[in-house]
Design a protein. Structure first.
Ligand SMILES: Cc1cc2nc3c(=O)[nH]c(=O)nc-3n(C[C@H](O)[C@H](O)[C@H](O)COP(=O)(O)O)c2cc1C
Length: 152
């Protein structure tokens, strides 16, 4: 099983008490605004710095027409981070796809994995037609299960 427990990876050191806090996962979709390599680098740099500090892990699927992100970690940190992300003007139409308690992390080794779109994901037409917003929680979770499996 690739899922690492909360004791591995970036949560060591700081974030006192985070090990005991309930583990939560959250998935949202949004539409990039002003998508470029430079913007993406800035987003990922801040995400990794903050997530390391906050004991968060996750993955961000990035493409010109779509961000799809899973955040996982202590509930209070996930909620606070999502609050900042909601106010970020580098994307639009942020919609929560799923959030809930999780027994274990999927991306325990990753402060924030960035992942390109894959052929098995939604097409641009699907995304334009709102596939992300209509995706069931199970479908969205299955996308991240598959990404986690592929990065091993
Ligand atoms: C698609 C997207 C994903 C993001 N992911 C994260 C993240 O995982 N963690 C995080 O702290 N900030 C993330 N951010 C950035 C936040 O919106 C915000 O800019 C940042 O947390 C502010 O941190 P700072 O005050 O340390 O600069 C993301 C932004 C976007 C647009």
């Amino acid at each position: 099983m690739p899922s690492a427990g909360p004791s591995s990876g970036p949560s060591s050191g700081t974030a006192a008490g985070s090990q005991a806090a309930p583990l939560m996962q959250l998935i949202y979709a949004s539409r990039p605004f002003g998508f470029s390599g430079e913007i993406l680098d800035d987003i990922l740099m801040a995400a990794r710095r903050n997530n390391k500090r906050d004991g968060l892990t996750g993955a961000l699927i990035c493409r010109a027409d779509l961000f799809l992100q899973m955040l996982e970690g202590p509930r209070d940190k996930v909620t606070a981070t999502f609050g900042r992300i909601l106010r970020d003007d580098r994307h639009l139409e942020v919609s929560l796809v799923w959030s809930g308690d999780a027994p274990a992390r999927l991306f325990g080794e990753w402060d924030m994995l960035d992942d390109p779109a894959r052929s098995w994901m939604w097409s641009r037409e699907d995304v334009r037609a709102g596939a992300m917003v209509r995706a069931s929680a199970a479908e969205a979770r299955a996308v991240f299960d598959r990404v986690a499996e592929e990065v091993g």
